[in-house]
Design a protein around this ligand. Structure first.
Ligand code: F6P
Length: 326
């Protein structure tokens, strides 16, 4: 099939719940289509250090429900150099791997795109990141689980925020995107979401205070997207201390909690469908595409349209948070 006999699979960058479900789907679909499968440990690093193992159907038993990735993951600086990629290519060829399925986020797909062009290797990507910051797909694997984790955490914080009548800033991940903050705010009924997409347009903190949320409420929970430029939730709490001392502010940073846990049914289904689609794409002769989901249908998205291609925030969702938090 297009000269492909053996497919290598790896996970790279930040882990995301549902990566294991994707590994399982890729492996089992490939085997059912007559391909051999090899697992590459620790992402691109494993190609450089030659940590490549045989994968059988049983290698992926009992993992659909597990968070993290059985293949481990890494952020690999060496793969960013032509020399590193040359070593990776040599090991890949020596292991008999003809094509790659890579699961990860923006950095992973950027690496895949460069590697594929440099060494003429068929590569298909799966969007595995909690950030949901890739173009050409309505959702990424892990995003739904992270949103659920955020929602549960905010539900708990609501109890103490309301008892003490405090203003809580809850910092969530997202890389440079505000999807987790904005949709987390909708799901948890937060008073506001402060997101990088709006940073240059409006003083989001000032707006929240001026909106007079205190008129109808004694406490508030604000979801804040991580943002080194503004100092994130800590930066906002500092501002409140100086500019609005009448409020008692507290900060919770959810951090890597958001990357863990058993994937939701939505993420398992998404990962399973996308994993199957990755193999079908290779069978069809597709290369250098990411598998996306658009209005419920599988789509092949050229790497260049997926990476550094933030979908943009839906303005009506920002309004929704305001209307529903009155
Ligand atoms: O891309 C996933 C992500 O969790 C981002 O939301 C976050 O900015 C980053 O990874 C954190 O990376 P690390 O685990 O290397 O600290």
């Amino acid at each position: 099939m297009n000269g492909i006999k053996c497919i290598g699979i790896l996970t790279s960058g930040g882990d995301a719940p549902g990566m294991n479900a994707a590994i399982r789907a890729v492996t089992r679909t490939a085997i059912s289509r007559g391909f051999a499968v090899k697992g590459i440990m620790r992402g691109y690093k494993g190609l450089i250090t030659n940590e490549i193992i045989e994968f059988r159907s049983q290698s992926v038993s009992n993992i659909i429900q597990q968070g993290g990735t059985i293949l481990k993951t890494a952020r690999c600086k060496e793969f960013e150099t032509p020399e590193g990629r040359r070593i990776a290519y040599d090991h890949m060829k020596a292991a008999g791997i003809d094509a790659l399925v890579v699961i990860g986020g923006d950095g992973t797909l950027t690496g895949a795109s460069i590697f594929a062009a440099e060494h003429d290797v068929p590569v298909v990507g799966l969007p595995g990141t909690i950030d949901n910051d890739l173009g050409g797909t309505d959702s990424t694997i892990g995003y739904d689980t992270a949103l659920n984790t955020i929602t549960q955490a905010v539900d708990k914080l609501r109890d103490t925020a309301s008892s003490h009548e405090r203003l809580f800033f809850v910092e969530v991940m997202g890389n440079t995107a505000g999807y987790l903050a904005l949709n987390g705010a909708i799901a948890a009924g937060s008073e506001a979401a402060i997101i990088p997409e709006m940073e240059t347009e409006v003083d989001q903190l000032g707006e929240l205070i001026n909106r007079g949320f205190r008129k109808s409420k004694n406490s508030a929970i604000v979801l804040v997207a991580e943002n080194p430029a503004t100092g994130g939730a800590m930066g906002l709490a500092e501002r409140v201390k100086k500019e609005f001392p009448q409020y008692e502010a507290r900060v919770t940073i959810l951090g890597h909690l958001q990357r863990g846990g058993s994937p939701t049914a939505m993420d398992r289904i998404l990962a399973s469908r996308m994993g199957e689609a990755a193999i079908e794409a290779l069978v069809e002769g597709q290369r250098n595409v990411m598998i996306g989901i658009q209005n419920g249908a599988i789509a092949y998205v050229p790497f260049q349209k997926a990476i550094r291609h933030n979908k943009g925030i839906d303005r009506s969702d920002i309004e929704l948070v305001k209307i529903l938090s009155m």
